[in-house]
Design a protein around this ligand. Structure first.
Ligand code: FES
Ligand code: MG
Length: 571
């Protein structure tokens, strides 16, 4: 590739006043002409922040990326971008996924950038950065933040998230007290890095690796392992080559790649959030991916990764058992092996020599954790546009269940009243939460694992059928029907359920049915009034106007649709 073929040449290399000014301003930054002129400019989009424990190490790690870029003959420039901290951002970072996606896309477009390294990993960061990169369609490599080290407490190995829920229930049941909780506070999450269970973060970074936009094996390298520095440097080196080759996201993020990402997520027993994010990401690549693709592929993929919350181990174990290359080597017959990745001409080449070193962590095909992928897509009069359930994380006796609904109109009401014995909730009841969807939540907060009422917890009840238009944390578990579409806030049938109505869940038949005659539902629909708009102005108002429903990925309509965007320098 000649220097004048670089996109950044339009900024730096021409004879005009603008180019002079850009060169003068780069001198102002302290660079010599020979340090950068004619070299691929690599934007390092970094989601580091003091408030984000999952990304706090990325401030340093960017240095390793830059080192790799310099060594390969590129010119790295770091761009701080929005941080989406699953723990701290309210009401939920899902409200801001599309904001980061927009920011990433527009920064790549509007600056002199030839290629990008994307640094993130806490839940929504991965889809957001990849959605932006897919839309900008400049060569890009994703650097996953890496899982934190395993938690420890009194001889037990703890999973962040998963064990938080478990011990919180133990506390509510009176089994442990404040002393134990104080110790747990220091033991649950003991190093920088994203959640180290197969929660949403690990699921989405694994999906990114399966899509072919990371270095091989990158997604499971522990955040604080020296191997993470080496992976970051290798990513920096690689992106410069990608620019020279002209290999873009649109060459990599094909229908085959997205199908393989779905296969991967299901075979890992990954988070239900991946359903929404992969549909949204595919949308940016112009690939139609639907809920039915997930259900269809789920029936062909065994769950082989023995990872919490569904299984036993944590991401560090997975890494040393062979990581994603090892895992993928066990399902090559289910993958499209002839597609390119950022690192290799084909996935087949990338997986050559991949090994599994621990058959209990990554199971052989004849000893799966579950014969089918973990997610089922439900339909029925309660969810005409679909709903999902991670049935492998539920108590089996609930997978076919009929019970009377107990309806909560919103999360706060539910929190206030769920432990009230006067509600008379039994283990057979079906807990229904509404107004927690994309618009109603807003942002589909992870409310979907509704708490078991305290008196039932004390009786030893640990799972019940729960239904909502919310999402659920990837580290959660239980018979939770999620992502009900359309959501109640826009008048979906969930808005019409009343306490006492019988609801039937049948996972085998893939149905969710509200046992109320159609005529009565029509009456209730006629009497329903839409809730008042929540946001009078600002980003929330923009969000509310453009967010799509869960079954189509919760992107903004104007970002998801096809259409031309002029190059800023063409005009
Ligand atoms: Fe960041 Fe779990 S809180 S990945
Ligand atoms: Mg999470």
């Amino acid at each position: 590739m000649r220097p004048e073929d670089l996109r950044s040449h339009q900024w730096y290399g021409t004879d005009g006043l603008r180019s002079f000014s850009h060169r003068a301003r780069t001198r102002q930054l302290g660079y010599l002409p020979e340090e950068h002129l004619g070299k691929p400019v690599i934007a390092v989009l970094n989601t580091w922040s003091d408030i984000n424990p999952c990304h706090v190490h990325l401030r340093d790690r960017a240095q390793a990326v830059k080192r790799g870029v310099w060594q390969a003959g590129g010119f790295p420039l770091e761009f701080p971008v929005a941080t989406l901290s699953e723990t701290f951002q309210k009401p939920t970072p899902m409200l801001y996924r599309n904001l980061l996606a927009m920011e990433a896309e527009e920064l790549l477009r509007s600056y002199p950038v030839d290629g990008a390294v994307l640094m993130g990993g806490c839940d929504k960061s991965t889809p957001a950065l990849l959605m932006g990169a897919a839309s900008a369609d400049l060569p890009a490599v994703f650097v996953p933040a890496g899982p934190m080290l395993p938690g420890h407490w009194r001889g037990e190995v703890l999973g962040s998230g998963t064990d938080m829920w478990k011990y919180w229930d133990d506390k509510r049941a009176g089994l442990i007290g404040d002393c134990e909780m104080a110790e747990l506070e220091s033991g649950l999450a003991r190093s920088p890095g994203h959640c180290m269970t197969m929660g949403t973060a690990s699921t989405l970074t694994a999906a990114a690796e399966a899509l072919g936009v990371t270095m091989p094996g990158a997604s499971s390298v522990p955040a604080v392992d020296s191997g993470h520095d080496r992976m970051a440097a290798a990513s920096g080196m690689r992106i410069v080559e990608l620019v020279r080759q002209g290999l873009r996201p649109s060459d990599i993020l094909t229908r085959e790649a997205y199908e393989d990402a779905v296969t991967t997520v299901l075979g890992l027993g990954g988070s239900t959030n991946a359903v929404i994010h992969l549909i949204a990401m595919a949308g940016r690549s112009g690939v139609p991916l639907t809920l039915d693709d997930f259900d269809r592929i789920a029936r062909t993929v065994p769950v082989l990764a023995n990872l919490r919350p569904g299984g036993r181990y944590l991401m560090e174990d997975f890494h040393f058992a062979g990581g994603l290359p090892g895992f993928l080597s066990r399902i090559t017959d289910l993958l499209h092996l002839d597609r390119p990745t950022v690192a290799h001409a084909s996935l087949r080449e990338q997986l050559t020599g991949a090994l599994v070193h621990d058959d209990d962590v990554i199971r052989p095909r004849d000893r799966p954790l579950a014969a089918e992928g973990g997610v089922a897509v439900l339909r029925g009069n309660l969810c005409p546009d679909g709903a999902v359930i991670k049935h492998i994380a539920a108590e089996p006796h609930l997978l076919k269940h009929t019970g009377p609904a107990v309806v909560f109109d919103d999360y706060r009401t539910m929190q206030r009243t769920i432990d009230d014995p006067a509600l008379g909730i039994t283990a057979d009841h079906v807990l229904v939460l509404r107004n927690s969807g994309p618009k109603g939540g807003p942002g589909m907060p992870e409310y979907g694992m509704l708490p078991i009422p305290g008196h039932l917890l004390k009786q030893g009840v640990r799972d019940m059928v729960r239904i909502s238009d919310a999402r659920m944390s990837g580290t959660s578990y239980g018979a939770c029907v999620l992502h009900v579409a359309p959501e109640s806030y826009v008048g979906g049938p969930l808005a019409l359920v009343r306490t006492g109505d019988l609801v039937t869940l049948d996972v085998e038949a893939r149905t969710l049915h509200l046992d109320v005659p159609e005529e009565e539902l029509r009456r209730r629909r006629a009497a329903w009034t839409p809730p008042p708009a929540r946001y009078g102005r600002g980003y929330g108002a923009l969000y509310n106007e453009h967010i799509t429903q869960a079954d189509t990925g919760c992107d903004f309509g104007f970002l998801a649709r096809a259409g031309e965007v002029p190059d800023p320098y063409a005009g």
